[in-house]
Design a binder for this molecule. Structure first.
Ligand code: ADP
Length: 165
């Protein structure tokens, strides 16, 4: 059985992420979406909120599971028995960082392979940070994130506005 892990911040999940999830779920027997608890980034959504939003978006994909982890990705992946790490690649700007990470991960765990999936051209410009920036300024994020989480994002910004009053 081929198991793959798709790691990321998913703060929040976008249509670009979902496209990578749908395409890789057709390649692997099992795909685990792993939300990273990253102390160096200050996320807008909590780990549980991010996990729950992703869960809502993948109900039609029975071989996809959602989890979260802290620490080294390769340790987490080998604990799960995953053979592959899936990464999405957008522009050239993603390449250098991802190239370095893939080589370091291979040095730590040579039996785990990193596979890159090219972004869908429709979403090549899309990132979670852009979604947050647009939503925070009151712009429309329909067509950028799955419809089912539009309400969660709106609520989060209402909550934030309340806190700032
Ligand atoms: P970001 O905060 O930059 O959107 P994440 O850490 O949540 O990124 O991304 C998780 C993974 O998904 C990374 O491998 C990233 O390259 C990939 N990814 C993010 N957005 C897209 C997109 N629009 N198309 C393809 N891959 C993407």
């Amino acid at each position: 059985m081929k198991t793959a892990v798709y790691p990321g911040s998913f703060d929040p999940i976008t249509l670009g992420h979902l496209d990578i999830i749908q395409r890789s779920s057709r390649i692997f027997d099992k795909l685990i979406i792993a939300v990273v608890k990253n102390h160096s980034k200050k996320p807008l959504f909590s780990i549980n909120e991010r996990v729950n939003m992703i869960k809502k978006c993948v109900t039609d994909l029975p071989n996809v599971k959602v989890d979260h982890f802290e620490g080294l990705l390769v340790n987490y992946a080998s604990l799960l028995g995953a053979q592959v790490i899936v990464k999405g690649l957008r522009a050239v700007s993603d390449f250098e960082y991802e190239f370095q990470m893939a080589l370091l991960n291979r040095k730590m765990q040579p039996e785990i392979e990193t596979m890159f999936m090219m972004t869908n051209h429709k979403y090549s410009y899309l990132s979670s940070s852009m979604v947050k920036e647009i939503a925070g300024l009151g712009g429309c994020i329909r067509d950028l994130v799955p419809d089912i989480i539009l309400g969660d994002i709106k609520n989060k910004f209402h909550e934030k506005q309340g806190e700032n009053k």
